[in-house]
Design a protein around this ligand. Sequence first.
Ligand code: DHB
Ligand code: MG
Length: 221
Amino acid sequence: MDTQIFAQVDYYISNLLANEDSSLIHARNSVTDLGIPQQCISANQGKFLQTMMKACKAKRVLELGTFVGYSTIWMAKALPENGLLISIDVNKSLLTTATENIKLANVSDKVKLITGTALDILKTFITEKIEPFDFIFMDADKPPYEAYFKLVLKLSKPGTIIVLDNVVRGGKVMDKNCTDEVVQGVQKLNTYLSQCNQVTATIIQNVGIKDHDGMALAIVN
Ligand code: DHB
Ligand code: MG
C-alpha cells in the first residue's frame, strides 16, 4: 500500500485549511523538547475538532488528556469570547509546558487546566451537578475509555458532540485475541458505542501524517 500519498494529501489539506500558527508549532515542538513520544493530534484533526465545535455551537468544552495543550489550543481558538474549556490530565509534569503553550496562544482566559485522575474529577463534576458540556474531546489513557465515556455522558445533554481519539489503532481493534490493554480499552469502548442508545455514533478512519488510526464521533440523542 502506498501510504506516502496519505501524508501528502494530509499536507495538501492542512496547507489549504488547517495552517498552524506559531503558537501551535511551538506547542507541537515542545513535545520534542521534552523528549517524549509525539502524541499530539494532527493539524487537520485540530481543524476537525473546531468544525465539530461549530456544529454544536460549543461554549463549554471538556477535554480528557491535555498532553502539551496542542489540541487544547485548537479548541480554545474556536470558542466564543465567553467560552470555557476545561482540560484534565493526570500527568503533573506536563502542566508547566501545557500552561506555557496555552499562554503563548493567548487563550489562557478561556482554558482551565486540572491535574488529576479523570475518573475522580468527572465523578466530582457529576456530584456537583455542573452545567453540561456542549463538546467533549477524549484523548486520555485508553484502558478506561469505556468508563470515561459513561461518565462524560452524565455531563452531556442532547446535542452534545463527543469525539474520541485513537479508536482504530492501525486496525488492531479487529483482533479479538489482542492482549494489548490499549487495544482492549478501545475495543470495549467501540462495543459500548454499538449498544448505547443514548448516542448516535460512528467511527472515522484517519490516515495521513500520523499512524493509521480513527476517531469515534458520538452525538448525544
Ligand atoms: C498515541 C497516539 C495518540 O494520539 C495518543 O493519544 C496516544 C498514543 C500513539 O501513537 O501511541
Ligand atoms: Mg490521541
